[in-house]
Design a protein around this ligand. Structure first.
Ligand SMILES: *[C@@H]1O[C@H](CO)[C@@H](O)[C@H](O)[C@H]1NC(C)=O
Ligand SMILES: *[C@@H]1O[C@H](CO)[C@@H](O)[C@H](O)[C@H]1NC(C)=O
Length: 330
């Protein structure tokens, strides 16, 4: 018989229930987010010029009028004459929560930089409901343009923008997809997006899929929460078949003629979003794109923010293989 519920260390169990409770307290029933409460509960870490676990960090401002900035993660234990791919990362949190300086995401990006040997650019995009669709997509795309100009201090000379990857988890995976589409429609000088890493991306629709119903009592994600988040993110009056949410749905555009990077989609067997993510992978294949599906049958949503979970190490190794394969000269 297959396993019907995830086996989690007690430490992880406590963490997911605390995160869930914070989520539910901060996301009010009238559709607003209690930012004052989050100010105390979402712990932040400052950037650090001194290498910590072989990575140094700096915060770079892109546009102060909309608080658009990114945290740069530079591995320090590698020779500086070897060029490194650039990973532009979008954090999760349902479009409404968290930021690159949240403790969990600072740690996740540090691990990417160290374990995958890449320069990470973790984007502080605007959050909903204060800033709805398409604000975060615009922010993500504008960071690519900003990188393309290289007109800022602190960007290492060995950062190779011709090997640029977009990555994101949960809502960040949704963002990475939509930024990839904008990038495919645009011309850059140096930036060339060659890969997309969608880690348990947040997609949905009006339909209720089997995994959403079957896995209703899993940690972190539930229909009540995802419905709330889509409502906070979408323009007033839209339904969940909006093309931002249901990317291969009744209102989405055909992307088969569009330049789109090779994509790896990571899914977990205990993630209620699983069936939407499988549809995403199938939609990419149907549109003629290079796509791979990596499934961890016993993984919960957001497993990679818990380094104690075995699938977290597997994910970093898999991302490294994907990036190395695509970065090889053809
Ligand atoms: C939502 O509820 C909070 C807390 O009760 C209140 O401060 C805020 O003004 C409300 N916002 C709207 C748009 O109703
Ligand atoms: C809060 O809930 C949303 C939706 O359930 C989820 O995507 C997000 O990851 C949760 N936040 C954290 C910190 O896990």
């Amino acid at each position: 018989m297959s396993q019907t519920s995830p086996v989690l260390p007690w430490k992880t169990k406590i963490a997911v229930s605390v995160i869930g409770a914070v989520n539910d307290t901060a996301c009010r029933s009238n559709g607003t987010v209690n930012r004052r409460l989050l100010h105390f509960l979402d712990f932040k870490v400052p950037p650090n010029e001194k290498p910590l676990h072989g990575v140094k960090t700096a915060d770079i401002t892109v546009d102060p009028t909309r608080n658009l900035w990114f945290r740069l993660f530079i591995p320090t234990n590698l020779p500086t004459d070897v060029s490194l791919p650039v990973l532009v990362f979008f954090h999760g949190g349902g479009f409404a929560l968290l930021s690159p300086d949240s403790t969990a995401y600072d740690a996740v990006c540090r691990r990417f930089a160290r374990k995958v040997s890449v320069i990470v650019v973790s984007v502080n995009y605007r959050l909903s409901p204060e800033n709805r669709f398409p604000c975060p997509y615009e922010d993500g795309f504008d960071v690519l343009k900003f990188l393309d100009n290289r007109d800022f201090e602190g960007f290492p000379l060995n950062a190779d923008l011709s090997k640029c990857f977009l990555a994101g988890d949960s809502a960040g995976g949704n963002l990475a997809h939509h930024v990839a589409i904008r990038a495919g429609e645009s011309q850059f000088g140096e930036v060339n997006v060659i890969g997309l890493i969608a880690i348990q991306p947040f997609f949905g629709g009006e339909e209720r899929l089997d995994s959403e119903i079957r896995l209703h009592n899993m940690p972190l994600v539930s229909l009540k929460r995802t419905d709330w988040l889509w409502k906070a993110f979408l323009p007033e009056g839209s339904d969940r078949d909006h093309h931002a949410v249901n990317v291969f749905g009744p209102k989405s555009a055909d992307i088969s003629g569009l330049k789109f990077p090779a994509t790896v989609v990571f899914v977990g067997g205990f993630d209620p979003l699983l069936d939407w993510q499988r549809r995403y992978y199938e939609g990419l294949k149907r549109s003629g794109k290079e796509a791979y599906l990596v499934e961890y049958p016993t993984a919960i949503h957001a497993f990679y923010i818990f380094p104690e979970l075995p699938q977290a190490s597997l994910l970093f190794r898999e991302v490294k293989d994907f990036i190395q394969k695509l970065s090889k000269p053809k």
